[in-house]
Write a protein that binds this ligand. Structure first.
Ligand SMILES: N[C@@H](CCC(=O)N[C@@H](CS)C(=O)NCC(=O)O)C(=O)O
Length: 222
């Protein structure tokens, strides 16, 4: 399902940087583009793609520092979603999706609405290292929310981020679902994908939950 923007919330993203499409492998092969997801794109790309690979990007850390007033929050109660922070020591795990031929324009058109218009993200070219072939890195397009975008919330104690996540939901669902689906993915990637920031927020949510679910209800994940 593709979200339709109720109104233009942020200026259209700057045109996608001239990411040279991967040359066709054979003359008959269509051009290809890799798109790197590290937040909701990990479990809900919602665009057609030909191939996907789990892996990581170096030089970035994932942070719940972007506000979201559409998908996981509202204007009155913005949720928190992730962006990439430039961090020389950082390593962020996610999923890269290969789009080929006509899939390219369809994916970019959809993501421009979902990520840029509705989410305040901009595009950035990153180097993606597939988990199964880290010696064969790929250039990929990533959507990154910079501090200059109007929805940027920036750093906060993990306990405060956890409180905000527990209190927010939007058109795509509860902010807690967003956190837990991402934590599930990182857990499935194994210990090399450890994300201390994400873990600290999940731990803080666990510590707060009795306050939010006094009857001891368990969290039902759809
Ligand atoms: N750009 C990041 C983050 C994308 C992201 O999480 N964007 C949010 C807010 S704009 C979104 O699309 N949410 C849809 C959802 O929460 O299901 C990614 O590559 O996954």
């Amino acid at each position: 399902m593709k979200e339709e923007p109720p109104t233009q919330r942020t200026p259209p993203a700057s045109p996608t940087p001239s990411l040279s499409l991967q040359p066709p492998r054979e003359d008959s092969d269509p051009p290809a583009l890799w798109i790197f997801g590290y937040g909701s794109l990990v479990w809900r790309p919602d665009f057609a793609y030909s191939n996907s690979r789990v892996g990581f990007v170096r030089g970035y850390s994932r942070r719940f520092w972007q506000g979201d007033t559409f998908h996981r929050g509202s204007d009155k109660m913005p949720g928190r979603v992730v962006t990439l922070l430039e961090d020389h020591e950082g390593c962020t795990w996610g999923v890269a999706y290969e789009v080929r031929g006509e899939q390219i324009s369809e994916a970019l058109k959809y993501l421009d609405v979902r990520e840029a218009v509705l989410g305040g993200y901009d595009t950035k070219v990153v180097t993606f290292y597939p988990q199964d072939a880290p010696d064969q890195p790929l250039r990929a397009l990533a959507y990154v929310a910079t501090p200059q975008n109007p929805g940027y919330l920036g750093p906060a104690p993990e306990e405060d981020i956890a409180t905000q996540i527990l209190a927010c939901s939007g058109r795509s669902g509860h902010n807690l679902e967003y956190l837990l689906r991402l934590a599930d993915f990182i857990r499935l990637c194994g210990p090399q994908a450890q994300d201390e920031h994400l873990e600290a927020i999940v731990d803080a949510v666990g510590a707060l939950l009795p306050c939010f679910c006094p009857s001891g209800q368990t969290l039902a994940m759809a």
